[in-house]
Design a protein around this ligand. Structure first.
Ligand code: AMP
Length: 209
């Protein structure tokens, strides 16, 4: 299964991605985490990325696309992946799409995490206190939300047109949101399996009772 998560910062993508990945044994590819590792290691890529990240801007497309390519290839060979925080621009979405189409392994679903701005600001203020992420300061957060609106939100229409967008209500208890997503993905897997079966749909359940 190949799934991606779209949502503003603080929508809970990271938490849910980790749970979905564990449940379905998928690789979680989280570009924010990968970039923070690069920054921590002091690599050249990390030094390039840091200035963008501290400002709350997106790291240039070519850097992020190059960083994810190998991981996606490996994860795909091992049974699938969940993209967390990638793609974040139309150029990234096109790159991911072209890659997957060329190999005959298109993305299955794009999950859109929907949540209001006030709730996000409250959550991110909490995260700034608990995790001390430098880009969770209030001014930077507002800028990141604006970057999401202008650069990432257009992906909603892109995936809607491709027919793979599903909206997730990202407000409420974390466990309930996980349940909602897992149920959806199980249903999707079942549907994909039965659609490929060589007997007609009406035959399902034939012979029972
Ligand atoms: P995140 O942890 O996903 O909120 O990402 C933290 C920061 O990493 C973002 O504010 C961006 O500066 C950078 N980043 C993460 N993913 C991407 C991406 N797909 N494209 C560009 N920049 C990214």
């Amino acid at each position: 299964m190949r799934v991606l998560l779209i949502g503003p910062p603080g929508a809970g993508k990271g938490t849910q991605a980790a749970r979905i990945a564990a449940h379905f044994d998928l690789a979680r590819i989280a570009t924010g985490d990968l970039l923070r590792q690069e920054v921590a290691s002091g690599s050249e890529l990390g030094r390039t990325a840091k200035a963008y990240m501290d400002r709350g801007d997106l790291v240039p497309d070519e850097v992020v696309i190059a960083m994810t390519r190998e991981r996606v290839v490996k994860a795909n060979a091992e049974g699938g992946y969940i993209l967390d925080g990638y793609p974040r621009t139309l150029a990234q979405a096109e790159a991911a799409h072209r890659w997957a189409e060329a190999r005959g392994v298109p993305l299955d679903l794009a999950l859109l995490f929907e949540i209001g701005t006030d709730e996000l600001l409250a959550r991110l203020a909490g995260r700034a206190r608990e995790e001390g992420r430098s880009d969770d300061a209030e001014e930077t957060v507002r800028h990141r939300l604006e970057v999401f609106r202008s650069q990432t939100h257009p992906l909603v229409d892109y995936y809607r047109r491709r027919g793979i967008l599903v909206r997730i209500d990202a407000v409420g208890p974390v466990d309930a949101i996980t349940e909602q997503i897992l149920a959806l993905l199980h249903w999707y897997k079942f549907k994909a399996l039965t659609a490929g079966a060589d007997r007609p749909e009406w035959a399902i359940g034939q012979g029972d009772g």
